[in-house]
Structure formats: C-alpha cells, structure tokens
Ligand binder design. Structure first.
Ligand SMILES: Cc1cc2nc3c(=O)[nH]c(=O)nc-3n(C[C@H](O)[C@H](O)[C@H](O)COP(=O)(O)OP(=O)(O)OC[C@H]3O[C@@H](n4cnc5c(N)ncnc54)[C@H](O)[C@@H]3O)c2cc1C
Length: 436
C-alpha cells in the first residue's frame, strides 16, 4: 500500500530529485518521491550530455564540481547499493576549454589552484598535438553559420586549459535510476505516472501535496526538484516572491554524429572540448560517436519557453546545421550529415546560470532548481546539500543569516551553501552561458 504520510516529499525523480531522496532516506527521513513520468531520469536528465567538468566562475562552483567528480569516480561506493540494471560509468577523457575572452585563464586558473583541480596550460601547438585534426584558429566572436564572416580566416591562434580529470557519464538516465534504486534500498518510496497538482499549507508552513487523482500526501518537508518545471511548481506553491534569482525554461538540442577520423585515437575516447570561441561543446560517445551541444552564442536565437511541455520534441535541420557546422570548423575532418540526428532537452535556466539549492520563505519548502544545463555532474553533492539544509533549517538554524557549509567527504573543502541562495546577488562573473 502507498504511504500517505512521510517526513519528506520530493517532487521530481530526475538525477537531482533521486539524489535528494537518497540523502534524505540515508538520514532516516521517510521519503516519498513523486514523478509524472514512468521512471527515474525520464525528464530533462534523459537528454543530458552528462559532461563532468570543473570550469565554473566561482570558488564554490568549482569546489562543488570537484567534490562531485570523486562521487562519479567511486560510483558504487557512493551508492552503497548494487543496482540490477547496471551502473552508469564515468569516463575521464579530459576536457580542453578553448581560450576565450568570456572565461579568461587568469580568472579560471586561480580557482583551480585554490580548489586543487589539476590542469595543463596548452598553447596552439600543444592543442594540435593532443587533439589530432583540431583547428587551433581563433574565430571569436561566434558568427551565424549562414554568414560569410563565419567562413573568414582565423584572426589568430587559440590555446586551451586542459583538465585531465574531466569527462562524461555514459548514461545519465541510468545514473538517475542508480540513485533512485539506492534511495529505495535506503527506504524511500517512488510514485511514478503521478502529477502533483497542489501544495497544501497550514499557516506559514507547507503541509503536503495533492496528486492528480486526489490523493493527499502529508509531510512537513517538500522539495521542489521539478527540473524545467520548477518555476511553475514554485508558482503552484505560492513561493518565489523573495527570490532575487528567476528561472526560465530554454529548449536545447544535442546532436549525435560520427566522430571524425583520429578524434577517438587508439580505440579510446577523445577529450571533451568546450569551445565558446565558436559557440559549441563536444564530447566522445561509445560507438565512435561525437555529441555536439551549444554554448548560447549571442548571434544565434535562444529558444526560451513559457512551458517546457510546449518544446518541439524533434531536432531541427537549422539547429543541427548550426551546431555541427561550428564543430566542423574546429574539427575539419568532421562530416556534416544531411539528416539531423540527436536529442531535444530543456534547461531550467537561472538568471546567472547558477543553481538554487535553498530553503524558501514557506516553512518546510525547499528548492533544488535552476540547474541551468550544468548540474548533472553535481547531482551527487546537490542531494547532500539539500539534506544538510533540511536537517539544519528544520533544526532551527537561520540559513539566510548564517549560511550552512557543506564539508566535502572526498576533498575536505567547505562549500558555502550561501553561494546557491535564492536571495544571492546575481553572479556577474558568470559567462551567461551553460558554462555557468
Ligand atoms: C540537452 C541537455 C544537455 C545537458 N548537458 C549537461 C552536461 O553536459 N553536464 C551537466 O552537468 N549537466 C548537463 N545538463 C543539465 C542536467 O542534465 C540537468 O541539470 C539535470 O539533469 C536536471 O535534473 P533534474 O532532476 O533537476 O530535472 P529533470 O530530470 O527534468 O527532473 C525533474 C522531474 O520532475 C518531474 N516533475 C515536474 N513537475 C512535476 C509535477 N508537478 N508532478 C510530478 N512530477 C513532476 C518531471 O517529470 C521530471 O522527471 C544538460 C541538460 C540538457 C537538457
């Protein structure tokens, strides 16, 4: 029989909600997770490129990603559970971040030094030596691919900042499934194919939620982990007036093509490349494939959505052409196929492309939202942030005045959760792109 009372309800069973459920259940809270889809990770997580990298614009952002990488590296230890479906695997291919004025090395290197992220500084010659077939031209700023300027000669050469420990997780949906299975093992219940349609309150505290079939679930804690639907879910709960950071869904396409000759050298997987100079990122995938996503170049239209459910679910010829052409400028041996292939997903973009992991002014209502196309990698730690917040705030701690700090189990770093506050000043060191 399904429980109708719990210590906590998590709305959303994506990679974030599943991680939150695992950490709450581990702390002994009876936890119910509700998702309107048929399984864990079936929402925006399923479209994720699942790149694990450390280039963020703040110390806390870099430290969070660095701590999380260690969780992916020791995934079965992190789960403490053996999932019959198999385990998602982290591939440390390394990542080269092409030099670009929006994210200058002088800003990133001190953060890497402070956090202890290993890196190599590559000049153009080293870039060519380490990534066979790459074009080390500077094309900044990105131009529309149907303009003559796009084909203009490079203005100079670029180097890159290379992080050998970066890489990707091969199956983001399976990663969410792993977290959900571990959470179930720790005692959490999951209700799928069920939509939360109301948030109930008593005075200034949350009381529970109502499902589409009229079932009432009661809990003193509700966590909004609704992904691109998080803004709508806050509105449903009457939450958000005090937020300085707003969120908005944005449609994205990630294209999947055959990798060019030489990229996956020696049967291995080539390094990921973050290329704001041309407006794309790409990474290897099994079967000699290459996944290509965008970095919101200013010259291309952004696909803001009022409602994530209204996103066109099919890849379009225009976006495919734009992104694959940009990647082909960097990797000239890449063939641009005629027929578009890839996946469509939706980001939950925050004003400064930094997530919100926080309490709210409605007592007992927490948010793990605004993940801005860059928080798959941080999901293992995001669950721990929310568990720490719930424990602290429900225990009477004034997190708004004295932000809680999370000490990383692997790195020992103390991460200030105030960096992810709903009421923070907008982070103006953000690149204003998916890079955060
Ligand atoms: C195309 C794309 C590429 C990306 N690439 C990367 C990358 O390379 N690296 C990286 O770190 N991050 C990346 N991301 C970001 C990352 O994947 C997301 O931040 C992360 O998956 C979000 O997880 P989530 O659990 O918050 O959201 P979701 O996975 O969307 O989960 C939210 C869930 O909430 C459910 N829900 C919503 N409303 C309700 C309701 N009222 N009732 C019941 N259920 C509800 C939905 O069904 C959904 O399953 C990418 C994202 C996309 C879209």
């Amino acid at each position: 029989m399904v429980s109708t009372t719990a210590d906590a309800i998590v709305v959303g069973a994506g990679v974030i909600g599943s991680s939150v459920a695992l950490e709450l259940a581990r702390r002994g809270l009876t936890t119910i997770v509700v998702d309107r889809t048929g399984g864990a990770g079936h929402g925006s997580t399923s479209a994720s490129s699942a790149v694990v990298r450390f280039n963020y614009s703040t110390w806390d952002g870099v430290a969070t990603a660095w701590e999380s990488m260690h969780c992916w590296e020791k995934w079965s230890e992190h789960l403490q559970f053996r999932d019959d479906a198999g385990l998602a695997a982290f591939h440390a291919t390394g990542m080269a971040m092409i030099d670009v004025p929006e994210a200058p090395r002088e800003r990133v290197v001190p953060l890497f030094d402070a956090v202890g992220v290993p890196y190599e500084e590559w000049d153009a010659a080293m870039l060519r030596a380490r990534i066979p077939g790459i074009d080390a031209g500077r094309y900044w700023p990105p131009k529309p691919v149907d303009s003559d300027e796009f084909f203009a000669a490079a203005s100079a050469e670029v180097g890159a900042l290379y992080t050998p420990d970066a890489g990707f997780v091969d199956d983001p949906q399976l990663a969410a499934h792993n977290l959900a299975s571990a959470a179930k093992h720790a005692g959490a219940e999951f209700l799928f194919n069920t939509t939360v349609v109301e948030v109930t309150q008593r005075g200034d505290r949350v009381r529970g939620v109502v499902l589409a079939d009229g079932t009432r679930l009661m809990a003193p804690v509700v966590v909004n982990a609704a992904g691109p639907w998080s803004g709508a879910f806050n509105r449903l709960a009457g939450v958000g007036a005090e937020f300085t950071i707003q969120v908005r869904p944005m449609r994205q396409e990630v294209h999947q093509v055959r990798a060019p000759r030489g990229y996956n050298t020696n049967g291995g997987l080539g390094p990921a490349v973050a290329d704001l100079d041309l407006g794309v990122y790409f990474r290897a995938a099994a079967g000699d494939r290459l996944y290509i996503g965008g970095t919101e170049p200013r010259c291309d239209p952004l696909e803001w959505l009022d409602d994530p459910d209204l996103a066109n679910p099919n890849v379009t010829a225009e976006r495919f052409h734009a992104q694959v052409m940009r990647a082909a400028r960097r990797l000239p041996d890449l063939t641009v196929p005629n027929a578009p292939t890839g996946v469509v997903g939706v980001y939950d973009v925050a004003s400064d492309w930094t997530p919100i992991y926080d309490r709210t002014d409605l007592g007992g209502f927490y948010v793990a939202m605004g993940t801005s196309g860059n928080q798959f990698k941080n999901a293992p730690v995001a669950g721990r942030f929310i568990a720490l917040l719930v424990e602290g705030v429900e225990g009477g701690h004034d997190h708004d005045r004295d932000p809680l700090r999370y000490r990383g189990e692997h790195t020992g770093h103390e991460i200030n959760l105030g960096a992810f506050s709903r009421k923070r000043p907008v982070n103006n060191t953000s690149t204003g792109t998916v890079m955060g």
